[in-house]
Design a protein around this ligand. Structure first.
Ligand code: IYR
Length: 222
């Protein structure tokens, strides 16, 4: 297509088919090694690694390119302590609520409970916020589109980048998340989406004996 003020030329690297096969398989084998970890080491991680991974997340496609996300990186021990305190409060309610019996039963294989020590032990909590709408400098609102899809894709890229960099993470969603706006002073157009707990695994970390569905179960070629 003709180059105009709206367009610039695409920078695209085409690989030979054999190379594409190899790259796709290698990527699969790398991602297959990722496991959600709930026991972290307090070993520090250089901030630049986190920043690079968030830069990768920021390349995600989004509805009308509105990029409706914010990433708040928490490493301050006092802020982590507050997050843990509030998270454990809402989890205690969740695990003891009679109406959640079936849900709690479904979680048994994951061995989760209301204790969330990793929120203080892991060096970083990346708190991802979804912007329901944008706010312009004059205070007026700007529509955002497909917010969940956009922030979900960005979060997936963040997870992949962290794993590829050699870190472990936990995608953690406290049962209620409103407290994150207060603790982190986020505006009312933002709602907490997920906490990405990031660091090295504890040297004795264990993982649940669960697996993934087979390709036959998840793929249909039509
Ligand atoms: N937020 C609780 C419960 C929980 C819910 C789901 I869905 C999970 O996949 C895992 C846990 C907790 O994190 O303990």
């Amino acid at each position: 297509m003709e180059k105009t003020e709206f367009y610039s030329l695409l920078n695209y690297d085409e690989y030979p088919l054999r190379e594409m096969e190899k790259r796709s398989e290698e990527f699969y084998l790398e991602m297959k090694k990722r496991r959600t970890v709930r026991q972290f080491s307090d070993r520090p991680v250089p901030r630049m690694i986190i920043e690079n991974c968030i830069r990768a997340a920021g390349t995600a496609p989004s509805g009308a390119n509105m990029q409706p996300w914010s990433f708040v990186v928490v490493s301050d021990p006092e802020v982590k302590r507050q997050v843990r305190k509030e998270a454990e409060k809402t989890e205690r309610e969740f695990y003891n609520q009679r109406t959640n019996l079936k849900w709690v039963e479904d979680l048994k294989p994951l061995r989760t409970d209301e204790n969330k020590p990793f929120l203080e032990i892991a060096p970083y909590l990346i708190v991802i916020f979804a912007q329901r709408y944008g706010l312009l400098p004059d205070g007026s609102k700007r529509s955002h589109y497909y917010v969940n899809e956009s922030v979900g894709i960005s979060t997936g890229i963040l997870l992949s980048a962290l794993h590829y960099a050699g870190l472990t993470c936990l995608t953690y969603t406290p049962s209620k998340m409103g407290f994150l706006n207060h603790i982190l002073s986020r505006p009312s157009n933002e709602r907490p989406f997920l906490i990405m707990v990031v660091g090295y695994p504890d040297k004795d970390a264990v993982i649940p004996a669960i697996g993934k569905k087979s390709p036959e179960e998840i793929i249909k070629f039509v």
